[in-house]
Design a protein around this ligand. Structure first.
Ligand code: AHG
Ligand code: MN
Ligand code: MN
Length: 341
């Protein structure tokens, strides 16, 4: 049997690569792992426990109905971050505004975390994969002070760590600190994330496209052309067109794209010109992982991680996937009708 490496051991071993590291980021990543184990337990019991399944009765700042699990997950992460002291404030999908933590211990924390506690909420009630997405930045404000909005509105290329957890047929945590991507599967018998996918690389090309095709007639002509000519026709050397796969949970759709190769698109549409996905806690962390694994992530016009954010819940059109497919899609946008932003 090959040697078992737990997430904790892996994080500690990596910390030794940074001679001046104080261990705060390591502790922060461990807190994220603990919170996601709590969410994972809740997800596994969602059909059995009344306070977990169904709608919360509120809508969030984006006008979306909050599910109970959205709120439960949000609280797990916030509580862990508050207790840990490495984080001076957070922003999440479920909170209208960012939350600066008030205790002196938290105000001394070096980091902010932006996260989507529960991604794919519409899949909760139907027992389909959902996830958590997170993005970590070093604060811009002075240590000891309260976190401010500028700490939250940093461009993606400034991320120090990012990752996601997919609550699928198993629970997996995938993260990067800018030195490659590693994946860990939760072993429910010992309650530990164990290294199962070291040094993940996205295949350079793929044969799967993921888009909500209900939107195909209200998206830009370049994307429609790409889907029709590249994805839905049999091309030279292939026996059939590409396969369409769309789960409707970004985390799960991206996880498949990372492992098998492919392209995922949530474009701007005539009804939602900015697209649907949120820059700070959905697109940036996924873009960081995609690039670290050898893939590309753009708005159809520019690299996602170059965008200077203006608002916490800002949305952007999002294209992510294998290099070759991304280049073909971008070329169609250039030629046949660009993204509208
Ligand atoms: P969330 O549940 O965090 O609000 O995110 C839902 C997002 C994303 O996970 C998914 O890819 C997309 O919404 C699906 O949207 P459509 O149903 O419009 O395709
Ligand atoms: Mn989401
Ligand atoms: Mn969400």
């Amino acid at each position: 049997m090959s040697q078992l490496v737990t997430l904790h051991e892996f994080i500690m071993a990596r910390q030794a690569d940074f001679p001046f590291a104080s261990g705060e980021l390591s502790r922060l990543l461990s807190d994220i792992a603990v919170a996601s184990k709590m969410v994972s337990m809740d997800v596994r019991r969602a059909g059995l426990v009344d306070h977990i399944l169904g709608a919360e009765g509120n809508t969030n700042v984006q006008g979306e109905e909050q599910q109970k699990l959205d709120v439960v997950a949000d609280n797990h992460f916030i509580n862990l971050f508050k207790a840990g002291g490495e984080v001076c404030g957070i922003a999440s999908e479920e909170n209208d505004d960012y939350l600066p933590f008030k205790s002196q211990k938290s105000r001394d924390g070096k980091y902010v975390v932006l996260f989507d506690p529960l991604d794919g909420s519409s899949n909760i009630d139907v027992n389909v994969s959902i996830g958590t997405i997170f993005s970590v930045y070093r604060r811009k404000s002075k240590t000891g002070e309260e976190a401010n909005l500028q700490d939250m509105l940093q461009a993606g290329h400034e991320q120090v760590a990012a990752g996601y957890v997919v609550y699928g047929s198993s629970t997996m945590l995938v993260y990067t600190t800018g030195r490659g991507v590693n994946g860990f599967t939760l072993d429910p018998l010992i309650g530990e994330f164990c290294l199962s996918h070291p040094d993940m690389k996205m295949p350079e090309n793929g044969r799967i496209y993921a888009i909500n095709e209900g939107n195909i007639n209200i998206c830009n002509p370049g994307l429609k052309k790409y889907v029709q000519t590249y994805c839905q026709q049999t091309r030279e050397g292939a026996s059939r067109p590409y396969s369409g796969r769309y789960i409707g949970s970004l985390v799960a759709d991206f996880h498949r794209t990372l492992i098998k190769g492919g392209i995922y698109v949530y474009p701007s549409t005539t009804t939602d010109p900015e697209g649907k996905l949120r820059l700070l806690y959905e697109c940036n962390p996924i873009a960081f992982i995609a690039e670290q694994a050898g893939g590309l992530a753009t708005t159809g016009v520019e690299r996602v991680m170059e965008i200077q954010p203006e608002r916490l819940h800002q949305r952007i059109p999002f294209y992510v996937g294998s290099k070759t497919m991304m280049k073909q899609a971008m070329a169609c946008l250039e030629k046949d009708g660009p993204e509208s932003i």
